[in-house]
Ligand binder design. Structure first.
Ligand code: GLN
Length: 242
């Protein structure tokens, strides 16, 4: 068994060590004897995205997102939309999450036309939504709790046909108003959780891995791992946040 991971825009969208999510998935695959290949696809690079199982897009500031617009429109956009339609698994963080939606009007009034791969839109607000937060995953995804860190001024509003990744237990989530966090659509998992969110949320990491393996191989039995420390970290952070 092998899983092919594509890291999109590692040169531009790389806040808070988001890349740690890839290392986490790589390790959890390796520990189970499943090999993993990671390719980085950078700004301006033209490459077919067919054949990848899992895509990772990290977060970036408004400025970084604006730099990508042309490349998205001309090169990567159609490839990303096709990969999602083909059942590829996506983990998209904050700025990378916002890019999957229709558009983003920043607090300064700049209008970014994004991919429109998933039905939601984002609007900048005066107040940054920042801090440690927690949310409960949707029932369909196992309803575990996720602890993370958010920092965004964009407020995201989901369209019909898109469910939230989870419900906020503490913190802001998508917009600080409707109690939703992130977006779930097809095999895409979008979240405002920055930094390496997966190491302290091992069930979420395995959800992504399982989704990708299931689509590639048709079945997937993941051997349990010794997650004592990871679970301890998760529980402790959750207690502190709540
Ligand atoms: N530019 C976006 C916002 O502030 C995303 C920020 C981020 O990725 N941290 O809403």
């Amino acid at each position: 068994m092998e899983l092919k991971i594509c890291h999109l825009y590692p040169d531009v969208l790389n806040l808070y060590g988001d890349r740690g999510n890839i290392l986490c998935m790589q390790k959890r695959l390796e520990w189970r004897g499943i090999s993993c290949r990671v390719d980085q696809v950078r700004l301006g690079e033209r490459k077919s995205l067919a054949g990848y199982d899992l895509f990772f897009i990290g977060g970036g500031q408004d400025f970084d997102q604006e730099i990508l617009l042309e490349d998205l429109r001309r090169h990567k956009g159609p490839e990303i939309r096709a990969a999602l339609a083909d059942g590829g698994t996506f983990l998209c963080i904050c700025g990378g999450y916002q890019m999957m939606g229709h558009d983003y009007e920043t607090a300064d009034g700049a209008k970014c036309e994004f991919l429109g791969a998933i039905d939601f839109h984002t609007a900048g607000g005066a107040k940054r939504m920042i801090g440690n937060y927690a949310y409960r995953l949707d029932e369909e995804d196992g309803a575990g709790t996720v602890v993370g860190f958010e920092n965004h001024s964009g407020r995201t509003w989901l369209g019909s046909g898109v469910r939230p990744l989870g419900r906020v237990l503490k913190g802001y989530g998508n917009n600080g108003e409707d109690g939703t966090e992130g977006a779930r659509f097809e095999n895409a998992f979008c979240t405002y959780s920055h930094g390496p969110v997966l190491p302290k949320n091992p069930a979420f990491a395995d959800l992504l891995i399982r989704t990708a393996l299931l689509r590639r191989y048709g079945s997937c039995e993941l051997d349990p791992l010794e997650d004592g420390f990871e679970q301890l970290a998760h529980d402790r952070v959750l207690r502190r946040i709540r």
